[in-house]
Every structure is written in structure tokens, then in C-alpha cells.
Design a protein. Structure first.
Length: 457
């Protein structure tokens, strides 16, 4: 009986194994038939023939791996600027980058019409300090032309040890010739959120990129701004923000939305179709919001701007964003290499595609830096009652004069020169877009009061 039982199990195993082989064989036959139908099989024969010709006839012997890697790189390069093949060392470098411990010059780059293009410089980096801007064209890296260069190849040339130099040749619209810029590589900062009070009741938050702690830092900044005063309005600055982590973009938008769709993705297969919804939060931020964007706002920052715009939660100011609305999936391979493949597109809650379109601002405001007025500069204004000699002072004016006289009697503190410009204590650089955002927030508050007054009547 024992022998029969073992024999029975043996034949059961053999039968199951045969069934597995039949299933695999059927699947492979189906795949082969499908390949033959769409011509893939015939094209693979051409590829193998060319591979054989190169190996047998090329002037030098080439390792098979180099030929295969080159073929895969060319295949992915033909798809879109963001799909690429990563050799094992490239994939390891990407994994290091996500931890924020890499060194380089600090720019987000893309291929635009086949040309290596700056999406935006990362705030506080060598590229940012050197004045690189969105849409600058990088035509050479260390005298090596970037024509037909992949993004991975460009990144490898731009990165290097801290303190080493790299020279790039850039072209900007309106320039007559290339400009060589030498940059010293440095550790790229990972702090993504900075905040300040612009003036009484109006806060300012700058998100420079979307890292794994961005939402945590945003909530902390909001607590600081809301700690002592009720905010009348908030400026959320996403200018020159190249993007980052999708989940952080969703969570940032969720902070300001109580319910509804934030973003959804659509691809060819079920796993690529995702929807991200907002959730109620016990901390409500019911003040008006103005979001600043520009041509360097891309990917994750476009998701936040699009969601707040579609839900009528914020007014978007600036100029049209970059338009990077595609999803890339990293797929590791057996030998340690990986494929970065575009698998879906982003859509705003109202179904607008971001890809190659960007987010159109509600109010278009081109950027122009404001010039600081020197003390000696005089500004003409028409005379008022207060300018007339011997005028009867108002009660407020009398109090103001008294305070000024007390202030003048105090000893003035000595000026202290410092070589260190502490960015956290300096006021945000004012420009016309930022000033326009504050003006709109103030007007928003006035209109709200007027509406409320009418409703009471």
C-alpha cells in the first residue's frame, strides 16, 4: 500500500509537470503566432542578422553586451524623450539620487525637439546661482556636443565629485551666440519648502521640488504662519519647480482640498489607470490662495496647480507651465540594468491632459524683476492737505509725529557687516508676479466683505 501511494504521487507529479509544459508551450505558441501576425518575428530575424554581420565583419571585435545595450537604448530613444535604458551603473546612480545624496550642478533637464533643454534649475544650487533659466538649450558639455545625446549620458557628464568644475555651452532665445558657463559641482540641497510672512496677514510658501518630506515640511510651515495670526491669504510659489514624487504632489494638493479628484492617470493596461482623491482634514485652511507658476513648473507642480485650479480653490498666476504630463515607470532587469518606460499620462480633475500643453494660468503675468529704489531717488506726487505748510494735523498724524520723535532720540545700533547671507532670514525677492499675487489676494478679501455685506441686507 505504501509503495502504491508513492507511485501514485510520482505519476501525479509527472502529469502536473506535463500540464505546466503544455500551458507554457501553448502560451509561447500564442505569443509566437501573435508576433508573426504583427511582423515582430520577421523584424527580429533582421535584428539577429545585423547582429551577426557586425560580430563577424566589423573592423574591431565588439562585446555582445555592448551591442545589445546599444540596440535597446536606440529602441527606447525612438519612443519619447523620457523613456530610456539604464545600465547597471546608471540604475544605481538613480537610486542614489532618490535619497538626495548626489552631487552635481542642480538642474532638471529634458529633451525638447531633440535638444537638451533646462526644465528648471533647482533652488540654491550652482546652476541656480549662475542664472540658468527654464528653456535654456545646452548645446555642449565640456566641448562635447549634446546632439543625439541621451538624458542618461548628459546626466553622467554633468555630475561628478564635489568641488570639481564642468563647463556647459548654452543658448537662450534672443542671444546671438553661445555662452560658456563654468559651474562648480556641489551637494544638491534637499530642503523643498521655505516660508515667510510677506506682510501682515499674508503668507508665502515656496516649494522648490517634491521630495519625500515635502508634505511634512509644508504642514509645518503652515502651522508656523497660522500660529499667531489668522491668515488673510497665501501665496504658493511653484515657479521653476521641476516636479518630483507623484505621491507628494497628491498629498500637497490634498492639504488644501476637502474632497474630490486630485489627478488621474490613463495608460494601456489596468495597472496604469489610477485615481487619486482628496480626503477631509481636521485642519482647514479656508483663506484664499494664489499659486505662482512659470515655464519651469513641471510634472508634480503642474498636478498641484491643475487640481487647485479645477476645484476653484486657487487663482493661478504667471505664464503657461512646461507641460510634462507623462508617467515613467522604472522596471529593473535581471542583470542589474533597468528600463525607464513612459506608461501613462496625467489628467487634471476636469480631464485636461497636461502633456505638451501645460497649465494655462487664470491671469497671465510675465515676469519682470522689480528695481530697488535708491534713497536719493525722488518720486513725484501731487500735493495733498498734509503737504501744506501750517495745516491742521489729524489725530493720527499727531501720534505718529510723537512716536517718530521718541524713535529719533534712541541711539542707532552699529551696522554689522556679515559675509554670510542667511537665506532663511532674508525677505523673499519681490517681483511683479509676487506683488500681483498679493494685490489679488487683498482684492479677494475686499470682494468677500462686500458680498457678505450684501447678503446681510
Amino acid at each position: 500500500m505504501e509503495k502504491f501511494s508513492k507511485s501514485g504521487r510520482y505519476w501525479l507529479f509527472i502529469t502536473a509537470l506535463i500540464c505546466v509544459f503544455v500551458v507554457i508551450g501553448t502560451y509561447q505558441a500564442h505569443q509566437l503566432a501573435s508576433a508573426r501576425e504583427n511582423g515582430t518575428y520577421e523584424q527580429l530575424k533582421i535584428f539577429s542578422s545585423v547582429l551577426d554581420l557586425v560580430q563577424r565583419n566589423y573592423v574591431e571585435e565588439i562585446p555582445p553586451q555592448k551591442l545589445i545595450y546599444g540596440a535597446v537604448q536606440g529602441m527606447l530613444k525612438s519612443l519619447d524623450p523620457h523613456s530610456s535604458f539604464m545600465k547597471p551603473e546608471d540604475y544605481k546612480e538613480l537610486q542614489i539620487e532618490t535619497k538626495g545624496s548626489f552631487t552635481g550642478i542642480g538642474i532638471e533637464i529634458s529633451l525638447k525637439d531633440g535638444i537638451l533643454t533646462v526644465v528648471s534649475p533647482i533652488e540654491g544650487t550652482p546652476a541656480y546661482k549662475a542664472g540658468l533659466k527654464a528653456n535654456d538649450k545646452i548645446l555642449k558639455i565640456e566641448d562635447k556636443t549634446t546632439k543625439d545625446m541621451t538624458l542618461i549620458e548628459a546626466v553622467k557628464l554633468l555630475r561628478g565629485a564635489k568641488g570639481t568644475d564642468v563647463t556647459i555651452s548654452i543658448y537662450r532665445e534672443g542671444w546671438r551666440r553661445l555662452k560658456d558657463i563654468t559651474l562648480t559641482r556641489d551637494v544638491i540641497p534637499i530642503k523643498s519648502v521655505r516660508s515667510r510672512m510677506l506682510e501682515d496677514g499674508y503668507g508665502y510658501i515656496r516649494i522648490s521640488n517634491f521630495q519625500n518630506k515635502t508634505t511634512f515640511e509644508l504642514k509645518k510651515a503652515l502651522r508656523e504662519l497660522e500660529k499667531d495670526k489668522v491668515l488673510k491669504g497665501l501665496v504658493l510659489d511653484l515657479r521653476s519647480n521641476p516636479g518630483g514624487l507623484l505621491d507628494q504632489a497628491v498629498k500637497v494638493a490634498d492639504v488644501f482640498l476637502k474632497k474630490g479628484l486630485i489627478v488621474y492617470t490613463d495608460g494601456r493596461i489596468k495597472e496604469q489607470k489610477m485615481r487619486f482623491e482628496a480626503h477631509p482634514d481636521k485642519h482647514s485652511h479656508n483663506y484664499p490662495i494664489a499659486v505662482l507658476v512659470n515655464e519651469g513648473s513641471a510634472s508634480a507642480s503642474e498636478i498641484v496647480a491643475g487640481a487647485l485650479q479645477d476645484h476653484k480653490r486657487a487663482i493661478i498666476l504667471g505664464i503657461r507651465t512646461f507641460g510634462k504630463g507623462s508617467v515613467q515607470t522604472i522596471i529593473p532587469l535581471e542583470d542589474g540594468s533597468a528600463v525607464r518606460l513612459t506608461t501613462a499620462r496625467y489628467y487634471t480633475p476636469n480631464g485636461r491632459s497636461i502633456q505638451a500643453k501645460g497649465i494655462e494660468p487664470d491671469i497671465e503675468v510675465p515676469y519682470t524683476p522689480l528695481k530697488k529704489r535708491k534713497e536719493k531717488d525722488e518720486i513725484f506726487h501731487f500735493p495733498t492737505e498734509r503737504d501744506l505748510e501750517g495745516h491742521l494735523p489729524s489725530e493720527d498724524e499727531a501720534i505718529e509725529d510723537e512716536l517718530n520723535s521718541v524713535k529719533d532720540k534712541k541711539d542707532k545700533p552699529e551696522a554689522v557687516d556679515s559675509e554670510v547671507d542667511n537665506e532663511e532670514t532674508q525677505p523673499p525677492p519681490m517681483d511683479n508676479q509676487l506683488e500681483e499675487a498679493v494685490r489679488i489676494l487683498k482684492a479677494w478679501g475686499i470682494f468677500k466683505q462686500v458680498t457678505s455685506a450684501k447678503a446681510v441686507r
